[in-house]
Write a protein that binds this ligand. Structure first.
Ligand SMILES: [Zn+2]
Length: 472
């Protein structure tokens, strides 16, 4: 690129007396461009129109399903209709699993239906279901301390409630029970595991999500109780009663299918080989319509790229929108993208994924070469105007780009307000009405600012190449 759009030295002014500094005409022009782009993106309903189109015309799209195939076709059509320069898809082998029915009831000492759902990847119960006593633990950690005599031939109930938090910090400590519960319960001879839903609501919607097995122990069925039903079961157990459940689940594996990462790009006019990557995942769970997870992200990154083209014209570096396959079943599409593109990962100027619902963005974290952070000051200032403050320089970038930093790829996390995200996450209640168009437009504006600035300035956030090749 020939012309610098801004001067990094002037960023020092913020550390000195502001009155001693005056912005150059170039700097003012950058700020004005960013403000114009931001205003347009805040006013545009494009992100919302895209998520609406995806949820209404495709709906549920679990990896490898008919819905997933329709979503891939939809994404290609959408990119083409929006005038992306290049639209293509790259095959990804994905696991295809179906939920089937999941029924549970208390049959003693009382008789009550419980609302459950299968965890993603669970096996079915034996034909005719399971009838056995349930034993409760307050966390995976306390299950691990248990004696097999407590759990043998029983259903293990992991009853740990997720705490509400803007940044979703309540998720990590609890989701371990979802992913590892079946392994630990099987080690102790249990017949099945039920967890309290990993969610912050008090509804009767159960929250699914992927779970794991180990080849070393028996694969036992795994489900989640809605929070309201977990409360009910807990009350019975707290009263000291022996509680017997009947559980039937008909989940099924259908082998491996081909899905696709779908990619749309606006090709850089000056440095087409340099890539600004913004992404989201195209797959969803099967019970809702995947509006928050991750239709919102699809709308945000697609809308942001298109608005840059509309308002600012062709970017200097390539802006690449990647809609990843099969995020929910273990980041399969992202792994394949990383493998296939290994040779060009060093050309990625920045990567960021939107995958945390539709709440407003309040903070930008970066993972840039430390000396480059200051070069992004015009971006930080523009983001500040839409309520986004500068955070730290240890960002993760979002699930599908989380494997890139180890290859030296700089990433950005635009942190969204997730206070209510986990009320709906992975439930049948994840539908379009949960998406606030105004908050979505603010996300669209933040991604547009990020992608435009990274594509049209001379900023280079990549770490210097390693000097030694043989360090042990
Ligand atoms: Zn997601």
């Amino acid at each position: 690129m020939k012309a610098a759009l801004f001067s990094p030295t002037l960023a020092l002014c913020s550390a000195l007396l502001l009155s001693a500094c005056t912005s150059t005409p170039q700097q003012s022009a950058v700020s004005a461009d960013l403000a114009r782009l931001s205003d347009s993106a805040l006013k545009s309903e494009l992100a919302y129109d895209v998520v609406k189109s995806l949820t209404v015309e495709v709906g549920p799209r679990i990896a490898g399903s008919e819905g997933d195939k329709r979503a891939v076709a939809w994404a290609e059509e959408k990119f083409k209709a929006l005038g992306f320069d290049k639209v293509y898809k790259e095959p990804v082998r994905v696991r295809n699993w179906s939920r089937g029915i999941a029924d549970a009831k208390v049959i003693a000492p009382y008789q009550q239906k419980l609302f459950i759902t299968a965890l993603g990847g669970s096996v079915a119960t034996p034909e005719g279901g399971l009838i056995t006593q349930v034993v409760m633990f307050d966390s995976l950690a306390s299950l691990k301390q248990a004696d097999a005599a407590q759990t043998h031939d029983k259903i293990v109930f992991i009853n740990q409630r997720m705490q509400r938090d803007r940044a979703g910090k309540g998720y990590g400590p609890v989701v371990i029970g979802r992913s590892q519960g079946a392994i630990e319960a099987a080690k102790l001879g249990a017949k099945a595991v039920l967890i309290r839903s990993v969610g912050t609501d008090n509804s009767r919607f159960a929250h699914t999500g992927v779970m794991q097995y180990s080849d070393d122990v028996e694969k036992i069925p795994a489900g989640a109780l809605s929070n309201a039903d977990a409360d009910n079961l807990q009350a019975m157990l707290d009263a000291g009663k022996d509680v017997t459940l009947a559980v039937e689940m008909r989940a099924k594996e259908h082998g491996w299918q081909t899905s696709y990462n779908v990619i749309g790009e606006f090709t850089g006019s000056e440095s087409p080989e340099e890539i600004v990557l913004i992404g989201a995942h195209l797959d969803s769970w099967d019970e809702g319509t995947g509006a928050l997870d991750d239709g919102a992200g699809v709308g945000i990154v697609t809308g942001a790229a298109k608005i840059i083209k509309n308002v600012m014209g062709q970017p200097k570096r390539t802006i690449r929108v990647v809609l990843y396959a099969s995020e929910e079943f273990g980041l399969t599409g992202a792994q394949e993208y990383t493998r296939k593109h290994k040779a060009e990962l060093s050309n990625i100027i920045v990567a960021a994924e939107s995958d945390f619902g539709a709440g407003e963005i309040y903070q930008i974290d970066t993972l840039f070469a430390p000396s480059a952070v200051q070069q992004a000051n015009p971006l930080f200032e523009a983001l500040e105007n839409i309520g986004v403050t500068q955070g730290h320089n240890q960002a993760g970038g979002g699930p599908d780009v989380s494997m890139l930093p180890k290859y030296g790829v700089p990433v950005v996390s635009l942190l969204q307000d997730g206070t209510y995200y986990f009320d709906y996450h992975h439930t049948a209640n994840d539908t379009l009405d949960k998406v606030d168009p105004k908050a979505l437009a603010q996300n669209q504006a933040a991604y547009a600012l990020l992608a435009y600035f990274m594509a049209n300035s001379e900023i280079d956030t990549r770490p210097a190449p390693a000097k030694t090749t043989n360090s042990h």
